[in-house]
Design a protein around this ligand. Structure first.
Ligand code: ADP
Ligand code: MG
Length: 225
């Protein structure tokens, strides 16, 4: 398995720039979207054009939202949080997406009480990113397994899929800003994920075999009261 150690300096410089740009773009975008809605409401015209414009707006918004996660203050309030609760919420959040593809998300939890000192929303974002990727990589009718363990002062969260896998030459590139193999991907999910986990003193490992599946393994320091 490959440990993904990222040069935090490089990454946070890119992150800060990206977040700054995202911030600047958001206001004019909101204004444009408002006027588009007004025009659509008032004048007819080709519905098809409005639909294209709206879907392009949504795409820009999606990119900006992911970039803006990086602009949150570096030192976020970290509080002892139940990792199992966070995961339960995340799975519930993504259940509709899984159901559409008839994918089952199975949880295997052997650390019911495990606590981690963390910024709740950020760790939730990490779980969302990993499970979303797993759903997107998995064929209809497939299965995703989420494992939570607490071993040696560490909480381990694994997201295991039996999806398309990541070819070796692409494995090196995941987490690079804007690296995506998807038509509608942003290529920002894993970059944000690595950044957040590093910020929490944890590590991310990935095991992937093309055509067989992928496992993302997150380790975070266990909080002991
Ligand atoms: P996005 O999902 O927007 O493409 P990510 O940063 O989340 O961006 O992922 C980057 C790329 O890593 C994806 O486009 C995909 O090629 C690959 N990837 C990530 N997770 C998985 C997975 N579970 N299975 C297969 N490929 C994956
Ligand atoms: Mg993604």
């Amino acid at each position: 398995s490959e440990e993904l150690i990222h040069q935090s300096e490089k990454l946070s410089a890119v992150g800060q720039l990206a977040a700054g740009i995202a911030h600047e773009i958001r206001n004019p975008l909101t204004s444009l979207k408002g006027f588009l809605q007004l025009i659509e409401f008032n004048q007819g015209g080709k519905q098809e054009y409005y639909d294209i414009m709206k879907s392009e707006f949504s795409r820009i918004e999606q990119i900006l939202n992911e970039l803006l996660i990086l602009s949150k203050p570096q030192k976020m309030d970290k509080v002892p949080t139940s990792i199992v609760n966070l995961m339960d919420h995340t799975v519930t959040l993504l259940q509709t997406q899984a159901i559409i593809k008839n994918i089952q998300i199975k949880k295997d939890i052997q650390a019911e009480d495990a606590m981690v000192e963390c910024a709740e929303h950020q760790i939730k974002q990490v779980f969302v990113n990993l499970i979303k990727n797993a759903i997107e990589a998995t064929d209809d009718g497939g299965e995703i397994n989420v494992l939570i363990r607490a071993i040696n002062q560490e909480v381990t969260v694994e997201v295991v899929d039996t999806g398309c896998g990541i070819p070796k030459e692409k494995l090196k590139r995941i987490g690079e800003p804007f690296f995506t193999t998807k038509n509608k991907g942003t290529g920002l999910g894993l970059m944000v994920t690595f950044q957040i986990i590093e910020e929490h003193g944890g590590t991310v490992e990935v095991d992937s075999i093309e055509g067989e599946g992928t496992t993302f393994k997150i380790k975070l320091p266990l909080y002991e009261s």
